[in-house]
Design a protein around this ligand. Structure first.
Ligand code: 3NM
Length: 219
C-alpha cells in the first residue's frame, strides 16, 4: 500500500470521531456502531485519562472497535500508541507535539496514515516535512474533554496556514458542535474532529447526521 493521497485523506476528514471508553455513557462499541450508522468518516481510538483501561483490557477493546470499523469501511486510527497501532495493524496513528518525533513515527509506521496535532504555522511546516498526512489544529473552542489543552485560538492558525497556500488536509478540534462547525470549515479546515459532540449525544446517529450536514453546508 502506498501513502494515502491528499484527496483521499480529505474525503476521510469531514466528521472525524475520537473516543475512548471513558468518553461514553454506554459502551464504546455501541457508540461507535451508532456513529458509523450516522456517517462518521474516520475514527480514532483514544483511551486516555481518568478510568482509562490498560493492558489486555485496553487491547481487547481496541480490537473490538477496530473490527466494527473494518466491517463498515471506516478507517481506524490509534492515538499516541505506536505499538498498539502496529500490533493491531491499524490504518494509522495520531500523535501530538509531546509524543515521539513525527519523523521517527513515520519511519516506524510505513505508509499508514499519520496525523499530527499542531498549534502554529511553524509546527505545521515541521509536521509536513516529517511526513504528516493530515494536521489536527486546536483547541478551536473551549473544551472539557482534554485536561491539558492549549490556549483556545479559534481558526487563526488554520487561516494563516491557508494564506500561505499550504494545502495539507486539516481538521479542527476542540469544542466543536453542530452550531459552530461551519466556522471551522469556513476558516479553511477540511473537517471537524469531535469527542463530546458525538459521545454525549442523546441520539448518536442523528447527531452525526447533523454534523455531516453542518460541514457540507459550509463547504
Ligand atoms: N485535542 P471535544 S482538544 C483530543 O486542542 C483533543 O489538540 C485537542 O474534545 C487539541 O470535541 C481535544 O469534546 C478534545 O471538545 C476534543
Amino acid at each position: 500500500m502506498s501513502r494515502i493521497t491528499a484527496k483521499k485523506m480529505r474525503e476521510l476528514l469531514p466528521v472525524y470521531f475520537i473516543a475512548g471508553s471513558n468518553n461514553c455513557k454506554e459502551n464504546l462499541e455501541t457508540v461507535v456502531e451508532q456513529a458509523i450508522q450516522g456517517g462518521i468518516t474516520l475514527f480514532q481510538f483514544r483511551e486516555k485519562g481518568n478510568d482509562a483501561l490498560h493492558g489486555e483490557q485496553r487491547y481487547a477493546l481496541a480490537q473490538r472497535v477496530q473490527r466494527i470499523c473494518q466491517e463498515n469501511g471506516v478507517p481506524f486510527i490509534v492515538n499516541d500508541d505506536i505499538e498498539l497501532a502496529l500490533s493491531l495493524d491499524a490504518d494509522g496513528v495520531h500523535i501530538g507535539q509531546e509524543d515521539e518525533a513525527a519523523s521517527l513515527v513515520r519511519e516506524r509506521i510505513g505508509n499508514r496514515i499519520l496525523g499530527v496535532s499542531v498549534h502554529s504555522v511553524e509546527e505545521a511546516k515541521q509536521a509536513i516535512r516529517d511526513g504528516a498526512d493530515y494536521l489536527g489544529i486546536g483547541p478551536i473552542f473551549p473544551t472539557n474533554s482534554k485536561a491539558d489543552a492549549k490556549r483556545v485560538q479559534g481558526t487563526v492558525v488554520i487561516e494563516e496556514i491557508r494564506k500561505q497556500h499550504i494545502a495539507i488536509p486539516i481538521v479542527g478540534i476542540g469544542g466543536i458542535h453542530v452550531e459552530n462547525a461551519n466556522q471551522v470549515i469556513r476558516g479553511g479546515a477540511d473537517g471537524i474532529s469531535v469527542i463530546s459532540a458525538i459521545s454525549e449525544a442523546p441520539a448518536v446517529a442523528a447527531r452525526v447526521r447533523e454534523l455531516r450536514r453542518a460541514v457540507s453546508h459550509a463547504q
